[in-house]
Design a binder for this molecule. Sequence first.
Ligand code: 13P
Ligand code: SF4
Length: 325
Amino acid sequence: MAPTTLQITRRADLLPEAELAALQPILDDIERLKRQRNAVVAAHNYMTPDIYGAAADLTGDSLALAAMAKETEADVIVLAGVHFMAETAKIVNPTKTVLIPDERAGCSLAEGITGDDVRRLKAKYPGVPVVTYVNTTAEVKAETDICCTSGNAVAVVESLGVDRVIFLPDQYLGRYVASQTDVEVILWDGACMVHERFTGREIRNHKARLPGVSVIAHPECPPDVLAEADYVGSTNGIIRWVEDNQPEQVMMITECSMADNVALENPGVEFVRPCNLCPHMKRITLDNIKRSLETMTYEVDVAPDVAGRARRAVERMLEVGRRED
Ligand code: 13P
Ligand code: SF4
């Protein structure tokens, strides 16, 4: 096990015994390679249970992964998540080697906006601060005053003490923030390809069929979906809500692996599963995590001048910390 000051979150014992036995050879290989490389596997909450429960040393949402990357004492961080998460890890801790097991693990939000787009917006709204969701490239973060995640977006916007902000790039997270604050929010038209597919009608149909079901949604969902939710929050917020409330029956309106992972730890809760898969997150597998550690690929680098400017925006966000109900 690589030395780290951070809590080890591995929960292999929660996987079915037969599945764990079948996975043991590759898990042993990954453990051996981690020790050789002094590496940690940091996994997003959307990873499949074999990664989330058995191979990961650290798990969390985007905010937790950024904070963990800053603190870890390991030399190598294998980011089991998508590319912007690996870039953020490199931005906050540039001396580490950051690997992503599949370079194609992107994000529709990050792909929907460029640094030039941000520069044009700043010219159109001079003096208006730019708040950028971390689901963006380093180049976009570098043009930004402060970043945010779904775990602190409202608090970040309010921390600026201004009447108006430019909020990029997720129009739905931006609309959710606007619904929670008096600050005027100028939006971009980006969207998450996974969460924008849910509809309010679909959720209402499920609720009619399952009276009493609790509905929890990620704020990347459209407003008519969020209107049906009992709780709206980041993936860490969703996990905490289920742990604290132990609902009899719950629907998580987010990526499919969330329910699989949270179900492992909450055996008394019944999970109804309307969910959509993120094709980017699903590119990460135990096989390519192992290959990544063997071959030290794919290394994620950010040009120092871009990283320096982006670091200011990410660190400012980390100072605000997590703020969600
Ligand atoms: P969280 O920061 O809430 O984990 O969300 C990241 C993400 O990509 C959701 O689609
Ligand atoms: Fe990006 Fe959506 Fe996938 Fe999250 S779920 S990584 S926002 S495409």
